[in-house]
Ligand binder design. Structure first.
Ligand code: PEP
Length: 261
C-alpha cells in the first residue's frame, strides 16, 4: 500500500491573522510557479486559533490546495473551560487536522499521555485527524533508551483507540532535542524510531493498520534535509516548525519529491 506523504506546517505562536494572508498567498503562488502536484503531497497549514477563520476564507475563496489544522483542542465538549477550544468549534471552521501532545504542550502545559489520548479520541469522534506527537528529550537520547521511551508514549496516547481509528491518524516522531535547535536527527535516526513505531502499531493492532498509519518526522526539517529524511521507508511526512514560516522553504518541503535525495 502507498501512504500519501503529509507535510504539516506548525506556525506555533507566530503570525497574526493579517500576516497570515501574505504567508498563505506567497506559499500558494510559489507552489503554483514550481508546478506542485497536490496529488503527491498533503499540505496542512496549522496556524494559531485566531488565524483559522482568515486562512479558511483564503482556502475556500481562492480554492487553494491546503488543508487546515489546529495546534491544540480541548478534551471536553463545551462548558466552563475558560480559554479552551472545542472540536465542534474547529469543525465549523473546516479544520481537518489537530496536533495533540506537541512537546511544548507536554513541557509547558503539563500534558500527559492520558490527556493527549483523550484529546485524540475527542478529535476522532468529531471527524478530525489527530497528529499525535511523541519523542524523547536529550537526556533519554544520551541514555540510549529513546526507542522504548517513545514506544511507551505511543502505547499511552493510542490507548483504547480502535484499529480503524489508528489506521487513519498521524503519529509525529519529534525528538525534542532536534526541535527548533537546528540539530537535525540523521535520516537513520528518524528511520530507527519511525520503523519501531510502525512495528509497535502492528503488534498492538495488525499489519494492515501499521501499513496504513502515517508517521511523520519533526525536528529542524528544511529544504536541505527533507529529501533524505523522506527517502526513509517508514517516514511518511514531516511536521515542520520554523521552516513553515518561510514560504520558499515550506514550498520546497511540500515538493520534496522534486529535490535530489
Ligand atoms: C516543531 O515544533 O514541531 C518543530 C519540528 O519545529 P522545528 O521544525 O522548528 O524544529
Amino acid at each position: 500500500m502507498t501512504r500519501k506523504p503529509i507535510m504539516a506546517g506548525n506556525w506555533k505562536m507566530n503570525i497574526d491573522h493579517i500576516e497570515a494572508t501574505g504567508l498563505v498567498e506567497k506559499l500558494h503562488y510559489t507552489l503554483v510557479d514550481k508546478e506542485w502536484d497536490p496529488k503527491k503531497t498533503d499540505a496542512v497549514l496549522i496556524p494559531p486559533f485566531t488565524d483559522l477563520r482568515t486562512v479558511r476564507t483564503l482556502i475556500d475563496g481562492d480554492r487553494l490546495n491546503f488543508q487546515l489544522g489546529a495546534q491544540n483542542v480541548s478534551e471536553h465538549d463545551n462548558g466552563a473551560y475558560t480559554g479552551e477550544i472545542s472540536t465542534s468549534m474547529l469543525t465549523k471552521l473546516g479544520v481537518t487536522y489537530v496536533v495533540v501532545g506537541h512537546s511544548e504542550r507536554r513541557q509547558y502545559f503539563g500534558e500527559t499521555d492520558e490527556i493527549i489520548n483523550a484529546k485524540a479520541a475527542k478529535a476522532l469522534s468529531a471527524g478530525i485527524t489527530p497528529i499525535i506527537c511523541v519523542g524523547e528529550g536529550l537526556d533519554i537520547r544520551k541514555e540510549g533508551t529513546h526507542v522504548e521511551y517513545t514506544l511507551n508514549q505511543v502505547r499511552g496516547t493510542l490507548a483504547n483507540l480502535t484499529a480503524e481509528q489508528v489506521a487513519g491518524l498521524v503519529i509525529a516522531y519529534e525528538p525534542v532535542w532536534a526541535i527548533g535547535t537546528g540539530e537535525v536527527a540523521t535520516p537513520e535516526d528518524a528511520q530507527e524510531v519511525c520503523g519501531a513505531i510502525r512495528q509497535e502499531v502492528a503488534a498492538l493492532y495488525d499489519e494492515a493498520t501499521a501499513e496504513s498509519v502515517r508517521i511523520q518526522y519533526g525536528g529542524s526539517v528544511k529544504s536541505g534535509n527533507v529529501a533524505q529524511i523522506m527517502a526513509q521507508p517508514d517516514v511518511d511526512g514531516c511536521l515542520v516548525g520554523g521552516a513553515s514560516l518561510q514560504p520558499d522553504e515550506f514550498a520546497a518541503i511540500v515538493r520534496f519529491y522534486q529535490l535530489p535525495a
